[in-house]
Design a protein around this ligand. Structure first.
Ligand SMILES: [Zn+2]
Length: 123
């Protein structure tokens, strides 16, 4: 799987539309997804590409593939650390079930299966 195929830029706007996420004067849509909707976005990528790994630290979630990390601010993937806020030794790969459980009380609420379905149909 090429990184390009994993994550087309169009995917961001489609995701934002489906989940009702809008840019603010200071934050782009991609930034807003990354701060609050990171786990929704990671889970959506996992649904699109089952072979990617769902990874989560105490405060952020992303996917890994091809040895690179992807979130809404890293559409081409990066080997850099994606979180500078918590103890990254706590970051781990999770099953979909454990990921959903872990983020059920995230700030943006549980992951909406209905919205994911709409997004994937449009993708
Ligand atoms: Zn963190």
């Amino acid at each position: 799987m090429t990184p390009r195929k994993l994550f087309r830029p169009k995917l961001i706007s489609l995701f934002a539309l489906t989940f009702g996420i809008e840019a603010t004067p200071t934050l782009s849509v991609a930034q807003r997804i990354n701060t609050g909707f990171c786990y929704h976005f990671a889970f959506a990528l996992k649904r699109l590409h089952p072979s990617v790994k769902l990874v989560s630290c105490n405060c952020h979630a992303w996917v890994e593939a091809n040895g690179l990390k992807y979130d809404s601010l890293n559409p081409k993937g990066t080997s850099n650390t994606l979180c500078g806020r918590c103890d990254l030794s706590a970051a781990k790969t999770m099953s979909q079930r454990n990921f959903v459980k872990r983020w059920a009380n995230g700030n943006s609420g549980p992951i909406s299966k209905a919205k994911l379905k709409v997004w994937i149909l449009n993708e």
